[in-house]
Design a protein around this ligand. Structure first.
Ligand code: GAF
Length: 387
């Protein structure tokens, strides 16, 4: 059995007795479509084999008692009085209890143990995984009968309101709806989606962790959202039918540009171009045209770095190195930005050589050895053990 499931069960037994169930929720990658989700665009995520495990059981009182195996810390509080904790890891569980209760789903007391192997701050959505595991586990434990999409929306709301990050829906959606070996093309406006296999005999996906820890709660993420909203408000003066950047074309931006702030224009241009790029990139992948797809990854990085300004020197260095390697056909920063991982599309037989080369170069420039994780696309949120 998976060692992390064992840990989640073992620590639960040590502190609380026998758990009722253990839920697994994965982290995610996103092949293309960055900062498009909250602009009602398209994204192409997939759930991965790194995950969070939550073992859980009900209590007779209204207490919430949590133990984090990774932080080696307890949290104790009452489900009747949820407030933000100084223990940041616990807040992702509390955020879910808060959103459930505000929606009328009463949570009794419960014990839970949290264990995971998603690198924190690496842009792989460890926080969304904790939220999804918690809401899935509480839904089972207290019989709320919520469907997956409702849980995704509530987990996003928990992140927006309790944690204070105005994230889009992608991360919680990917963690909840992922399928082994499948990527998900999600329309963030209609929330319609379809799966298709990511299959290549020639290329592998590889994550390189810059080990620069990003924090989405840092105001920059929320500021980008405000910039997009300012752009839409401005465009609406010329084009009343534009309700989000999904509706805008580069020509609209050019037309409105004479009176639009340069920075806002650049932010909007990136988003508008990226939304189109995702649609085209999905077609490339469906046709098995990895070379064209890879070129789009580089274009996305350029836009994120130069127009949307969410990269950092370390991520730019990693992408630049990848671009100069003959067996890497695509690379870009991934996720919210300001640190975390790059995603690389690399010839299978060149993986080892690329990892050695990029590690040595990065170490020499930044004094830090980056981490390399070959990507395995795995199942989304599920109960992995019940009593
Ligand atoms: C973070 C957010 F949580 C997502 O909603 C998404 O906006 C992403 O950054 C950028 O594409 O992961």
């Amino acid at each position: 059995m998976n060692l992390l499931i064992q840990d989640a069960g073992r620590y639960y037994r040590e502190h609380f007795g026998e758990p009722t169930l253990i839920v697994r929720s994965p982290g995610r990658i996103n092949l293309i479509g960055e900062h498009t989700d909250y602009n009602e665009g398209f994204v192409l995520p997939a759930s991965i084999d790194n995950a969070v495990y939550v073992s859980i059981g009900a209590r007779v009182d209204d207490q919430i008692q949590l133990f984090s195996v990774d932080y080696k810390e307890f949290y104790k509080g009452s489900s009747a009085a949820i407030s933000v904790s100084l223990q940041s890891w616990a807040n992702y569980v509390l955020a879910i209890v808060d959103v459930l209760q505000k929606a009328g789903y009463h949570c009794g007391g419960f014990n839970a143990v949290v264990r995971g192997d998603i690198p924190i701050g690496a842009g792989l959505s460890s926080s969304a995984a904790v939220e999804c595991a918690t809401i899935f586990a509480l839904n089972e434990l207290f019989g709320f009968k919520l469907d997956r999409m409702s849980m995704v929306k509530m987990a996003q709301q928990a992140e927006n309101e309790f944690i204070g990050v105005r994230c889009g829906i992608m991360d919680q959606f990917a963690s909840m709806f992922g399928k082994a070996n499948q990527v998900i093309e999600l329309d963030c406006r209609s929330l319609s989606y379809n799966y298709f296999p990511f299959e290549s005999a020639e290329y592998d996906l590889l994550l390189i962790n810059s080990r620069v820890k990003h924090s989405l709660a840092d105001s920059e993420y929320n500021l980008r959202r405000l910039d997009c909203e300012a752009g839409v408000a401005h465009l609406q003066r010329f084009y009343p039918n534009i309700t989000s950047l999904r509706d805008a074309r580069p020509e609209h931006l050019q037309q409105a540009f004479h009176s639009l702030d340069e920075k806002i224009f650049q932010r909007c241009l990136y988003v508008v171009e990226e939304i189109t790029r995702v649609k085209e990139a999905c077609e490339d992948l469906k046709l098995g045209d990895f070379i064209t797809f890879g070129k789009k990854m580089f274009s996305t990085h350029k836009g994120l770095s130069e127009l949307y300004n969410v990269s950092c020197p370390e991520l730019d260095f990693l992408v630049h190195f990848a671009a100069g390697h003959k067996d890497v056909i695509g690379a870009r920063m991934m996720g919210g930005g300001f640190g975390g991982c790059t995603l690389n599309l690399v010839k299978k037989e060149a993986l080892a050589d690329f990892i050695t080369g990029i590690s040595e170069a990065y170490l020499e420039s930044y004094g830090v050895l980056p981490e390399a994780y070959p990507v395995t696309i795995d199942e989304g949120t599920a109960v992995v053990r019940s009593s």
